[in-house]
Design a protein around this ligand. Structure first.
Ligand SMILES: Cc1cc2nc3c(=O)[nH]c(=O)nc-3n(C[C@H](O)[C@H](O)[C@H](O)COP(=O)(O)O)c2cc1C
Ligand code: SF4
Length: 438
């Protein structure tokens, strides 16, 4: 097992409480900010992030440096940065650990992003169930302000920046960057198509939205250099470490910071303590609920963006939900579809109507009312989800598509046996709309 000599993002993690400002500083915290504003131009920081090959950790894996360079030097002011700590993707809990362990790391990363694009204001957007984290951040933001890292003329230089916490109203779609911008402005949080955030984000002005894990990497990149960051990865095209949030049928669920590209086998058998009760690995969701089931044949795959892409999968948020041989994948997919159907923002038809349709078909299959023709219907409905307005519905389609790719036999068994072969406890019959009764 090849583990990191020392964690980087989680180096100040302790069991009992978050790291204080003094502890963060003792581990090199805020050195990057001082270096940045004294030695480097904002553009140089953007270039550094680009050279580090850091990719967004919020799910889409967009190159962070390219996004930052998208805010042109002559773009209008004021400019904004948003630190996305919404984290409502089922199975994902890395951002919570990151903030709770070392809040100043998230704060410093956000200030550096602010400096790099010459923003005046930053917002940490956090889900309401992370109230403890929100209060912690508010308290530590004040500590950072008192220490001269926030506010007017930071560290005596010509850079002023304010950072606040914004609590989400608590819907999954608010994590999507353009919906988040609407939410912050107090509008209905529907996503916006064709909006170039670097030009027209919050209040029509240049805005940078990054995941909190992405931002937390930046102080380390500035302090140690882009090459060092790239060298942390286990793969050719990867860079940095990754916070893998492991849950499900493992002995030690938790967040593990490992070189990006660590194999699935090592993560599960080494770090997460192996399969629960001596079970067998059947499949996992590699990056939260909006990714495809990754079955056993990929057990030795390096968990990085390009390696997964090469086999038709996505790393997403790196939240690995592990299933064993006793898992019914019809039931597991139904569970996910209940979430997605509930969380659809309702703005466009394929998603608003398609997800309840899929949920109802799966419910019928799971509960002995399935028919063979439901399989092509599921395929067709999953295809319709790709025609939706935003990335929510195509993400929701991923588990369904992979259910039909890898576990069709299991679906058929449900249909022929008129019920779940795993003998799952049946839930009371809800009102089902789709397909309409004959
Ligand atoms: C439905 C949906 C929910 C999302 N939720 C989150 C979230 O909770 N946190 C996050 O960082 N990104 C989330 N994203 C991705 C954001 O739209 C955006 O890509 C990301 O915040 C950009 O930051 P990054 O480049 O650092 O990853 C979500 C996307 C979609 C489609
Ligand atoms: S795909 Fe779903 S979440 Fe996205 S805009 Fe359409 S209804 Fe809303």
């Amino acid at each position: 097992m090849n583990s990191l000599p020392e964690p980087i993002l989680l180096r100040n993690r302790r069991e009992d409480r978050p790291a204080t400002l003094d502890e963060y500083r003792a581990s090199g915290g805020y050195e990057a900010l001082a270096q940045a504003i004294k030695q480097y131009t904002p553009r140089q920081i953007c270039e550094m992030v680009k050279d580090s090959a850091l990719r967004g950790r919020g799910g889409a894996a967009f190159p962070a440096g390219l996004k930052w360079l998208g805010v042109k030097e002559d773009a209008p002011h004021p400019r904004y940065i948003v630190c996305n700590t919404d984290e409502m993707e089922p199975g994902t809990f890395k951002d919570r650990v990151l903030v709770d362990a070392d809040p100043h790391q998230a704060i410093e990363g956000s200030i550096l992003a602010g400096y790099a694009i010459q923003a005046q204001r930053g917002i940490i957007f956090i889900r309401p169930s992370y109230e403890q984290g929100a209060q912690l951040l508010e308290r530590e933001l004040e500590v950072a302000r008192q220490a001269g890292f926030l506010g007017k003329n930071i560290l005596g230089r010509d850079f002023s920046f304010e950072l606040d916490v914004h609590r989400s109203a608590g819907r999954y779609i608010c994590g999507e960057a353009t919906a988040q911008v609407n939410a912050i402005m107090g509008h209905r949080p529907h996503p916006m198509k064709g909006v170039h955030m670097a030009l027209q984000g919050l209040w029509g002005l240049p805005t940078l939205v990054n995941n909190v894990e992405t931002l937390a990497c930046v102080p380390h990149i500035v302090r140690n250099g882009p090459e060092w960051f790239r060298g942390l990865a286990r793969t050719e095209t990867g860079s940095g470490t990754k916070l893998y949030a492991v849950s499900g049928k493992v002995n030690r669920p938790g967040v593990y910071e490992l070189p990006i590209g660590t194999t699935l086998r090592e993560i599960i058998e080494g770090h997460a303590g192996g399969m629960l009760s001596g079970g067998e690995f059947k499949a996992c969701l590699p990056g939260g609920a909006s990714t495809r089931y990754l079955p056993r044949q990929f057990y030795d795959l390096e968990m990085d963006y390009d390696t997964l892409k090469a086999v038709g999968h996505r790393l997403g948020t790196g939240a690995i939900i592990v299933y064993d041989q006793h898992t019914c994948f019809v039931g597991a997919t139904l569970n996910l579809m209940e979430f997605f159907a509930r969380e659809s923002c309702g703005w466009c038809t394929p998603c608003r109507e398609g997800l309840p349709y899929i949920r109802d078909l799966l419910w019928r299959i799971e509960n002995g009312e399935g028919k063979e023709e439901f399989i092509p219907m599921l395929r067709q409905m999953a295809g319709h989800l790709a025609k939706s307005y935003c990335a929510f519905a195509p993400g929701a389609a991923e588990p369904v598509i992979s259910l039909l790719t890898y576990f069709t036999d299991e679906v058929r068994e449900h249909i022929s046996q008129k019920g779940c072969p795993f003998k799952n406890v049946q839930k009371p019959r809800p009102h089902l709309w789709y397909p309409p009764e004959e």
